[in-house]
Design a protein around this ligand. Structure first.
Ligand code: M6P
Ligand code: ZN
Length: 185
């Protein structure tokens, strides 16, 4: 007899993509990242309509609900503005004590972290790397390879994104390519 209590999952994560009816996709073009790179002249000379990254997310509960979790996959293109790698905008959480997991899926990246005292450090991201980002830590990812960087993330549904602090003050160090290698300067 058919078991009426066994269901198919509503979402599939096939290792690279989130698939299902409740997946929301967003795109950031290079032009949306104005102000985050040091070399403004190099930035303005580039094709600002090109895609910098896509994010595919699932929000099973309403944003701001306590106790829920969100998940997203980010597809960050390779490239540089001057000697700085393409990177995500980066944020603290609006509820600053909320943590997050990031994990590497494909490509080569660097997770750049900064605490409220503005101390900066970074962790290498690669397929299978797992990164626990404690509360109170701003986070941004740079693609340091030559191919697309894919990483996944899961964060609390009441974390929220505080982009203002980073937009205003940036990170205290920049990740640049120095002699062909990524370096925090
Ligand atoms: C991860 C998560 C998302 C975030 C995305 C892009 O998938 O942290 O919450 O939106 O990366 O990063 P950002 O919002 O800083 O551009
Ligand atoms: Zn976050």
């Amino acid at each position: 007899m058919e078991d009426k209590k066994i269901y198919l999952p509503e979402l599939i994560f096939n290792g690279k993509e989130l698939i299902g009816d409740h997946v929301e996709k967003s795109t950031r073009k290079l032009g949306d990242l104005r102000g985050i790179f040091e070399n403004g002249t190099a930035f303005e000379s580039m094709n600002l309509e090109q895609i910098a990254y896509h994010v595919s997310c699932t929000f099973p509960v309403q944003e701001g609900t306590s106790g829920g979790l969100f998940m997203g996959i980010t597809y960050l293109m390779p490239g540089k503005v001057g000697d700085e790698y393409f990177m995500t905008k980066g944020h603290f959480h609006s509820n600053i004590d909320r943590a997050e997991f990031y994990w590497g899926v494909e490509g080569e990246g660097m997770l750049i972290l900064m605490n409220e005292a503005r101390e900066v450090w970074a962790e290498r991201m690669y397929p299978g790397s797992l990164h626990y980002i404690p509360g109170g830590i701003a986070h941004r990812v740079a693609n340091v390879g030559n191919s697309m960087l894919i990483f996944a993330a899961s964060w609390p549904s009441d974390a929220g994104h505080n982009y203002e602090t980073i937009a205003k003050h940036g990170f205290a160090r920049r990740l640049k390519e120095v002699n062909g290698k990524p370096k925090l300067v």
